[in-house]
Design a protein around this ligand. Structure first.
Ligand SMILES: [Zn+2]
Length: 130
């Protein structure tokens, strides 16, 4: 590392913005959690002590498949994304793509607060998952 290069470091993401995103994420999480609670009391138990790793496990193990279907794989996926976004806030990595670590445009984050990938990586992944 020398002082000669004009390496432009991106300014850190505005803390106010992150705070706002965190609030939206927590609100979203509560909304989805409420929905899930409504569909199952058992789920409520699980929801209360869960972190993102557990959610990943739930999708594969313990929970009855039909329940997952009832809840909607979509909601579960969203919940997972929300959890990882919240984790990234804690790690100070929020707003950076998990894959290429480029900055995710704020407009994208406003539209999808739980976006953890930039549009390029996201569409790449969707292509692969289809
Ligand atoms: Zn990316």
């Amino acid at each position: 590392m020398s002082a000669t290069g004009k390496k432009k470091k991106l300014p850190p993401i505005d803390q106010d913005f992150i705070q706002k995103m965190e609030t939206s994420l927590l609100t979203l999480k509560t909304e989805i959690a409420d929905k899930l609670h409504a569909s199952s009391e058992d789920f409520k138990e699980i929801m209360s002590g869960m972190d993102s790793k557990d959610i990943a496990d739930i999708a594969s193990d313990d929970i009855d498949r039909r329940m997952i279907e009832a809840i909607g794989a979509h909601e579960l996926k969203r919940l997972k994304s929300i959890e990882s976004a919240l984790t990234r806030i804690k790690q100070g990595k929020y707003g950076h793509c998990v894959k290429c670590s480029h900055r995710i445009p704020q407009e994208r984050l406003i539209a999808i607060p739980y976006a953890v990938m930039c549009i390029d990586c996201k569409s790449e992944e969707e292509r692969r998952n289809r």
